[in-house]
Design a protein around this ligand. Sequence first.
Ligand code: ATP
Ligand code: MG
Length: 346
Amino acid sequence: ATAARSTLRIGLIPADGIGREVIPAARRTLEALGSDLPKLEFRDLLAGFDLFTRTGTALPRETVEVLKEGCDAALFGAVSSPSRKVAGYSSPIVALRKELDLYANIRPVVSVASESEERPAVDLIVVRENTECLYVKQESLTQTASGKEARATRLITERTMAFELALARPRKQVTIIHKSNVLSVTDGLFRETVRAVPQLLEVAGRFDSVAIAEQIVDSAVYRLFREPEIYDVMVAPNLYGDILSDAAAALVGSLGLVPSVNAGDSFVMGEPVHGSAPDIEGQGIANPLAAIRSAALMLRHLKYQDAADRIDAAVNHVVREGQFLTPDLGGKSKTDDVVEAVLRRL
Ligand code: ATP
Ligand code: MG
């Protein structure tokens, strides 16, 4: 991905619930950036549990094809997860991550510093492996003489993206999160692979400045809550990363603030960390900032750093000023009021 494009083609997949309220907000923000970006072309694409209940398909083939062939990047809203297993349904976001080979989920968690603070108290990135681990969903149930027995397969292979991210940060520190004291084969491979990255690279010494630390997942959660400032880039297998990044979101106040991107070698898809929030859907009060920040993160990944910085600065201003906040952050504003405040600042 280079910044030398004449147009930037972005697929929009609002999917379910408040995804349909926050993705339009992210689109308006991108459109307001003007000459910082090439000409923007948006493609509206279908997916989701609602779509499945209406048509029997959660992820139409056309959506995948347009993304693969006609888009440089995408923004995904949220998908509702049925609480019980529904015959024929499987999550479109899990399928999209696989189809597009988006093997890393990158979730920066940053608290908003007050004017007087030099740097935010929490400023870390969780890099979560995105397509493997227990999420290969190979589960089985058998009846044995002593009762039911359930098994799940866990897949770990050798790939990682965390070092590239660490290099671009002042502290340049990667912490490997694992449980290889118990799962010595699977987590052992994960740990060894990350440790070997600096030597694996042909350009000798490229990652020499990155410090590698490691932590057992349970103590990592404990320390995340007690001293979040010790972490810079945390890299974890899928399941631990899932749990850690939601926990980290709690440290900065609201799920409605935390962005992510799903990234591979040739595609990037922004996605707010929150879900479809059925409890507030349709009320016009969803916090759009996680989606807007996800758009910024997508741009950063495509190397439009200035445009991404402008969005982040505008969002930080709106949060710090505190005048236009949605109810999840203790405010009384509507989604649209927050978007307008961001656009004015831009
Ligand atoms: P899903 O099944 O789609 O994950 P969920 O019920 O787990 O849905 P989440 O979207 O994960 O809901 O949200 C958890 C809680 O956080 C809900 O009470 C929701 O209203 C709130 N929340 C999540 N995102 C936002 C947002 N953008 N703005 C305001 N509140 C939010
Ligand atoms: Mg949820």
